[in-house]
Design a protein around this ligand. Structure first.
Ligand SMILES: [Zn+2]
Length: 360
């Protein structure tokens, strides 16, 4: 085999062109496989909370590469002409991903998305950005908020400020005793005050919320599905305001040793927990102490386990409480019958016999 160093200029150029063509062809094929994998929800079955996480962690693409490939694949699925445009190099992955994001943000129809694809064909990324910006319904210059870690202890927040917020900042700076107050300082003080205010509200709570509600007659919103899958945040029968409930969950993470004022020892938490027996008038309300215990046992991450590989999802966002034996089929609000799943795995219809029996 001839070393690359020994190739003639002509052969080197031909070989490079050949490799580039092979790479583009392989990328197109990859998009087709990703589309089928997405349609089968195979990434979820394998224990990944999203296709993005799967492409990043299993296929080892960077986050931006994963995002470009997934967005391009979904655009290709929506508008089949995209495949040809990619093959003919009238569209690259970066531009296709930008069009896909734009179409999603603007809720474009298939017809309008196809029109935008045609308009963007053969254009540079800068030209595509200008074209999309000109057609955007979002306020000029508005950008999504971003939060990126810049060190172990610090992250950088990028957010647009409107005139009202700028005026508040100026007022605070003007009346502050500290002439060197930064926007970061002001944000920290504001966040601290708001967190303190919410924590104070939590201390004034009706006792009924903390106690067992055997055969409770309190009406609750109950839209749990027949399979026992539901969104804890919205449909758990707890009528606390969503924001207060979120903060209480934060408290649960921060103070795991005292999930309930009625239970002083965490050691006997499982046995002490209020267990609501199914009787004539079954309540869908799940006591807060029980919810906290389920979350703590799950270490605050998704408990879905791929039955084949044993890989646990472990997602920490969008967690929901799930009945292993569905409530509608007689499943109880007990520690053994509850688990924490991410939104993706709560939606995944897993056959009962494949449900994970052991938790890690
Ligand atoms: Zn999950």
């Amino acid at each position: 085999m001839i070393s690359i160093k020994n190739l003639s200029d002509h052969d080197l150029e031909a070989a490079t062109l050949h490799q580039a063509k092979s790479e583009q062809s392989a990328t197109l094929k990859l998009l087709e496989y990703l589309s089928e994998l997405d349609a089968r929800e195979l990434y979820a079955k394998r224990g990944y909370s999203s296709l993005f996480v799967y492409v990043r962690d299993v296929l080892h693409y960077s986050e931006s590469q994963a995002s470009e490939r997934i967005n391009s694949m979904r655009l290709m699925r929506k508008v089949p002409e995209v495949k040809e445009a990619l093959a003919d190099k009238k569209l690259n992955l970066t531009n296709a991903a930008k069009i896909a994001s734009f179409a999603r943000q603007e809720k474009l129809s298939v017809k309008d998305t196809a029109r935008v694809v045609a308009e963007c064909a053969g254009k540079s990324t800068r030209e595509v950005e200008s074209l999309l910006l000109a057609q955007s319904s979002a306020p000029a210059g508005a950008k999504p908020e971003t939060l990126k870690p810049v060190s172990v202890e610090r992250s950088r927040l990028s957010v647009d400020l409107d005139q009202e917020m700028l005026q508040h900042i100026e007022t605070i700076k003007k009346h502050s005793a500290n002439p060197h107050l930064t926007i970061g300082d002001i944000l920290k003080i504001a966040l601290k005050n708001e967190a303190h205010r919410l924590e104070k509200r939590l201390t004034v709570k009706p006792p009924a919320r903390e106690t067992c509600v055997k055969n409770s007659t309190v009406p609750h919103k109950a839209n749990e599905s027949g399979s026992g899958e539901k969104k804890e945040s919205a449909n758990n029968g707890d009528s606390e305001p969503a924001l207060t409930r979120d903060v209480s969950l934060l408290n649960a993470v921060a103070k795991p040793a005292s999930p309930s004022k009625n239970h002083s020892s965490q050691k006997d938490l499982a046995s002490d927990l209020p267990q609501c027996e199914p009787k004539k008038h079954r309540s869908r309300y799940i006591p807060k102490a029980l919810k906290v215990a389920v979350r703590e046992r799950a270490h605050h991450c998704c408990e879905y386990v791929d039955p084949e590989s044993g890989k646990r999802c472990g997602a920490v966002k969008y967690l929901q409480l799930d009945h292993i034996t569905p409530f509608a089929k007689g499943g109880t609000h007990t520690l053994d019958n509850l688990q924490i799943l991410c939104a993706r795995h709560n939606q995944l219809r897993v056959p009962q016999h494949l449900r994970p029996e052991t938790r890690h």
